[in-house]
Design a protein around this ligand. Structure first.
Ligand code: NAP
Length: 549
């Protein structure tokens, strides 16, 4: 057991969430460090985001061969994905298999949410209370809640009055939904809606899409996995993971130093078309670097994408509505589509702009817009996203030193060091939390890095006999400033996105992910640890210095 100054605890660690992060954290704590751990999971099974997001068409936008764990080398060889982009069922099957193979379920308490976690400064212990009224103590409190797990349903007037069926893409019924013969309304046109719309359109009698902001959407070009390519990747997995760990985004995609403005019109058109035809994130994360910094460069790619919309969508008026007008390409998470634009060519699909004419209220029979127009539905789908990154953490009453509530400390935006810990909250780790690369990367790569870094920290604490670790306020202030400066140098801060908290009324407008890229961020964490945990303090040293300052 790490450290030597704590009283008896129920568990060495409590982990919240049983998705990719929680499963690997449990495996590491229990099987690599020999500690006791309890995972609380609100669902009835493992899977995290994939447990909840079962809407039609739900799929990962990461290639399946890198949307998995690398720590289990045998499993990398044994598991074979069926498609280029894995669907929610297959990812869940994979995670269920991981949990079974590593005997993880016995330490997971399902159907239980963590309601509060309070740090006792005298005992150096967290007391964790659940929604079932249980209370346990642990030295480490580790959040594996995910960045996109707190679903957002706008507080429309009359929302409870609708008499039809209501769904949210972020917590879809396990038994599925049959829309056959129904009039369906869907609010939202983010990544979830983009995947769901083509499928619901095929099933429903009528589908009305309420769009507030048009998105830049590129084709996924999903295919069945090619057996030869799969075999070649399996043979090369060591090198692939090495590259991913050092990469920009946890993908085998690299920004080109050549800018969009460095090419002739013909050259750019040819290169963009090649990336477009290739599909996936290549046109975004494997393209010109200057599109993230210069609006003029970005506009070149925008023009290209506008043309693709015009040539796909038959009705010119609908095409114009689907063309984004108010933000640069690539600074909003760009969805991958399979038949999204084509869906608007169907007779039974219509697009309604709710930017110029917002939703006024939900009625008994459907949706009323501000101009008084009424839409009647049998089913209403909210594809309205999440209170991202800070939302899931802020839902828990987390009290650190002096009883300070984390959500109050974060009132003006998240404050962390390395996106991993927050000053005044000893032994609380946030796996892929705000201010880490997290959502700007292929998540399993970032999750493994965070879990392995936390495992190293806990092991090193044991070796030095430390009971607690936490960042200093100075290190945290500098990280928050650096995070903001990195974002402000780009076009990311110019758009109303969930990265900026702009999708939730009243949420502070702060860029939440970290833009230092996966490889350099990993090196940074390793260097911090190598330099005797620069920026961290052990056993309350930071709080004692703070008290005398
Ligand atoms: P989202 O991107 O936040 O989209 C929510 C949609 O709802 C937006 O179109 C938003 O409009 C609209 N909306 C919200 N409040 C509204 C209101 N009051 N009135 C009208 N429209 C409103 O959420 P999401 O589609 O669930 O995706 C969230 C993230 O999850 C993605 O960005 C992605 O990172 C992840 N995701 C990944 C995958 C994948 O890997 N395949 C699939 C789905 C989701 P505005 O744009 O105007 O705010």
């Amino acid at each position: 057991m790490a450290g030597n100054e704590t009283s008896t605890v129920d568990f060495d660690a409590v982990v919240v969430g049983a998705g990719f992060s929680g499963l690997y954290m449990l495996k590491s704590l229990r099987d690599f460090l020999g500690l006791s751990a309890r995972v609380y999971e609100s669902g009835t099974g493992v899977g995290g985001t994939w447990y909840w997001n079962r809407y039609p068409g739900a799929k990962s936008d990461s290639d399946s061969y890198i949307y998995c764990f690398s720590f289990d080398k045998e499993l990398l060889q044994e598991w074979t994905w069926s498609e280029k982009y894995p669907g929610h069922k297959e990812i869940r099957a994979y995670l269920e298999h991981v949990a079974e193979r590593h005997d993880l379920n016995r330490d997971i308490e399902f159907e239980t949410s963590v309601a509060s976690a309070t740090f006792d400064e005298d005992a150096n212990v967290w007391t964790v209370e659940t929604d079932k009224g249980d209370s346990v103590t642990a030295r480490f409190f580790i959040s594996a809640v995910g960045a996109l797990s707190s679903s957002n349903t706008p507080k429309f007037e009359g929302i409870d009055s609708f008499r039809g069926e209501t769904y949210h893409t972020g917590h879809w019924p396990h038994e599925g939904v049959d829309f056959t013969g129904k009039r369906v309304g869907i609010i939202g046109t983010g990544a979830s809606a983009v995947q769901a719309i083509p499928i619901i359109a095929e099933e429903a009698d009528e589908l009305t899409v309420f769009q507030r902001t048009a998105n830049y959407i590129v084709p996924a070009r999903n295919t069945p996995a090619d057996p030869e390519e799969t075999a070649a990747r399996k043979a090369d997995y060591e090198a692939i993971w090495e590259r991913l760990r050092e990469s920009n985004f946890g993908f085998e995609l690299y920004l080109e130093e050549k800018g969009a403005l460095d090419c002739s019109d013909e050259e750019r058109e040819r290169e963009l078309m090649e990336r477009w035809e290739d599909g996936g994130f290549r046109i975004w994360l494997g393209s010109y670097v200057d599109i993230f910094f210069t609006d003029e460069a970005n506009a070149k790619v925008r023009e290209f994408l506008h043309e693709r919309i015009r040539e796909t969508v038959d009705d010119p008026e609908t095409a114009e509505k689907l063309i984004p007008k108010d933000h640069p390409f690539g600074v909003k998470r760009n969805p991958l589509d399979t038949g999204y634009y084509e869906a608007f060519n169907r007779e039974n699909v219509s697009l309604v702009d709710v930017k110029s004419n917002p939703v006024a209220r939900i009625t008994e029979s459907g949706v009323r817009l501000e101009d008084g127009s009424e839409y009647e539905f049998d089913a209403l789908v909210y594809a309205t996203g999440f209170d991202a990154m800070t939302g899931p953490l802020n839902k828990i009453d987390i009290r650190g030193r002096n009883g300070e509530l984390l959500r109050e400390k974060w009132e003006m935006g998240p404050r962390t060091y390395l996106g991993l810990m927050s000053a005044g909250y000893p032994n609380l780790f946030t796996i892929t939390g705000p201010q880490s690369p997290s959502v700007l990367s292929n998540m399993p790569v970032s999750i493994e890095q965070h879990v392995e870094f936390i495992t190293r920290i806990v092991r090193d604490m044991g070796e030095r006999g430390a009971a607690t670790i936490e960042p200093t306020r100075e290190a945290e202030d500098a990280w928050v400033e650096e995070n903001q400066a990195l974002a402000e140098a780009t076009l990311f801060t110019s758009a109303d996105t969930w990265y900026m908290g702009a999708n939730i009324p009243g949420k502070p407008r702060v860029f939440m992910p970290n833009l230092s890229f996966v490889g350099p961020y990993r090196k940074r964490c390793d260097t911090v640890a190598d330099n005797d945990y620069e920026g961290f303090a052990f056993d309350g040293a930071a709080s004692r210095e703070g008290a005398t300052a």
